[in-house]
Design a protein around this ligand. Structure first.
Ligand code: FES
Ligand code: FES
Length: 171
């Protein structure tokens, strides 16, 4: 057993004791009721279960939760799909996903949304040339599987957000 504390979507959780074999996915879904984080392959192969980890140095990255123990997230600050909208106001990326009909069953959507948000925040700090944008988006979404094959629409959705504010995201 391990006692953990973490911040999730800006809210402090813990101290709470978890079994060492409890995955972060089960902790979020079963213990905290945050069911927006999905469980797909359960093998670290699809990233439908990915959440955002905000590191102390100001950078962020995603991590699968299906194969990672909740205890490994002790002390970390994370964001899940439930943490994107503010008072019911969707983010630009969420609106773009809807505008593009980017998802069908929606099972992969939280993972793509988290990855796309990390990309937007990274580009806001380190813009890229327009010529490199398509590859940048492809690289960012690498590893995210969509069984409904919504890849191009996800790509278009995040690209539209970037192109709508080129002074912020592009050099
Ligand atoms: S459910 Fe975690 S990577 Fe597929
Ligand atoms: S929308 Fe169904 S798996 Fe991606």
């Amino acid at each position: 057993m391990t006692t953990v504390r973490m911040k999730i979507n800006g809210r402090a959780y813990g101290p709470v004791t978890v079994r060492d074999e409890l995955t972060m996915n089960d902790f979020l879904r079963e213990r905290l009721g945050l069911t927006g984080t999905k469980f797909g392959c359960g093998a670290g192969q699809c990233l439908s279960c990915a959440v955002i980890i905000d590191d102390p140095d100001g950078t962020s990255h995603t991590s699968p939760t299906c194969i990672v123990p909740a205890a490994s997230f002790n002390g970390k600050s994370i964001r899940t799909v439930e943490g994107h909208a503010t008072n019911g106001e969707l983010t630009a990326l969420q609106r773009s996903f809807i505008d593009h009909f980017a998802f069908q069953c929606g099972y992969c959507t939280a993972g793509f949304l988290n990855e796309g948000q990390v990309l937007l925040e990274r580009l806001a700090k380190t813009p890229v040339a327009r010529a490199d944008l398509e590859k940048t988006i492809v690289d960012a979404f690498d590893g995210h599987l969509c069984r409904c094959t919504g890849y191009f629409k996800y790509h278009e959705a995040v690209r539209d957000v970037i192109l709508a504010d080129p002074g912020r995201y592009l050099t």
